[in-house]
Design a protein. Sequence first.
Length: 113
Amino acid sequence: MAHKTLIYGSYAASYRRSKVSKKIDVKQIVKNFAEKLLMGVLLSGILFFAGGVFYRGYQWLKLRTIKQELLAEHSQLLTKYKSLTARSVLLRKAKKLGLRPPQREDFINGGGK
């Protein structure tokens, strides 16, 4: 028994089983593949949907900031317009140019007669 290895009980049985070729269950392989494919499709769909939601949120925030900027510019332009078309400013400019204020006869319908 010198230089010989003895294989005992459970190890020997597992060693013999590993040498025997296993039966391949095609149904189980197809089932596992289908499950993995379905999970991949669902995950892709969820990520695509979430990306769309985040992008719409980004667009909404961008439009809101642009709207605020345009409203601020509108109020500035409106203030400037009111200051340029004020009656006193127009009268000063008319006097400077030598113009007279409109009279009753200058109106088309005769001054409301």
